[in-house]
Design a protein around this ligand. Structure first.
Ligand code: SAM
Length: 261
């Protein structure tokens, strides 16, 4: 197994993850509210990134509840009402039957073995506890739909960037299409009753936008692997920073289910 399937790891990843959280947090909170998360719950936020959801969970379950945020590369401090643990979901164990809610967003697609990680997240939930997992599916055909209709030039550039990113993830050992089988993976983990939603989210171009930042992080790898040319990355960057253009995220598949006893 390659050492680092998470190809976006970099010192600047915090800015990109803040942008990502800005796109998804409202939706994620809506889904978590549907699990009826409330004061007193013990929650796990796995692969917490910048910790925006861990922070929200900590406030929601206070004062009697607790929240633990894990990440392979924690960018968080402990002083925000939740506990932070450096933890590799692919290797390190999680406590069994500990949490009322286990949440993990946009992490499993970056792993070599998401199936084992999903099993460990499942077992970390208490009997009758909730497992909520969101995973991108970079192979989903609806991926660029909102941009395609109105801006075919940007859609074509985005298409080739996302395909190249997906191939780079794959060759690093990650699982860019895992979102596409998330439902069957939940069922295989013993959740007969799963709620699944697939969504894309629109955002404008800009130098700080998701794709502009992702491209800056990936361009050397993509060109070295001959997945795109330097000229193509330049053209893509010009599109991605254009504030008059609209882009959509890759499809985010969210599954939520309750553990049986
Ligand atoms: C795309 S970010 C998502 C962050 C956050 N969950 C969010 O949605 O805002 C992926 C996160 O997974 C973490 N990560 C990558 N590989 C991991 C692993 N093997 N174990 C735990 N965390 C991992 C990264 O450090 C990063 O914080």
């Amino acid at each position: 197994m390659p050492q680092e399937p998470y190809i976006l790891k970099s010192e600047n990843d915090a800015h990109r993850l803040e942008y990502l959280a800005g796109i998804y947090d409202q939706y994620t909170k809506q889904i978590l509210r549907a699990t009826a998360v409330c004061p007193g719950w013990n929650c796990l936020e796995a692969g917490a990134g910048t910790g925006t959801i861990a922070h929200w969970l900590a406030r929601t379950v206070a004062p009697a509840g607790s929240t633990t945020a894990t990440d392979i590369n924690p960018m968080l401090s402990d002083d925000t009402g939740y506990t932070v643990i450096r933890h590799n979901l692919e290797v390190d164990p999680l406590p069994e039957s500990r949490y009322d809610l286990v949440h993990c967003r946009a992490v499993l697609e970056h792993l070599h073995d998401p199936r084992t990680a999903l099993s460990s997240l499942t077992h970390a939930a208490k009997p009758h506890g909730w497992l909520v997992v969101a995973v991108h599916d970079l192979s989903a055909p609806a991926i660029r739909c909102t941009v395609r209709r109105s801006d075919p030039a940007a859609a074509a550039v985005l298409e080739s960037f996302l395909q190249a990113s997906s191939r780079a993830m794959q060759s690093a050992g990650a699982s860019p299409a895992y979102g596409g089988i998330l439902l069957s993976e939940f069922i295989a983990n013993g959740f007969p009753d799963v709620t699944v939603e697939s969504r894309t989210f629109r955002f404008p171009g800009g130098t700080q936008s998701l794709y502009a930042q992702s491209l800056k992080q990936l361009e050397d790898r993509l060109t070295a692997d001959q997945l795109v040319t330097r000229k193509e990355t330049q053209r893509a960057y010009e599109m991605f920073i254009d504030e008059t253009r609209q882009f959509s995220t890759p499809v985010l598949v969210t599954a939520r289910a309750r553990r049986e006893s």
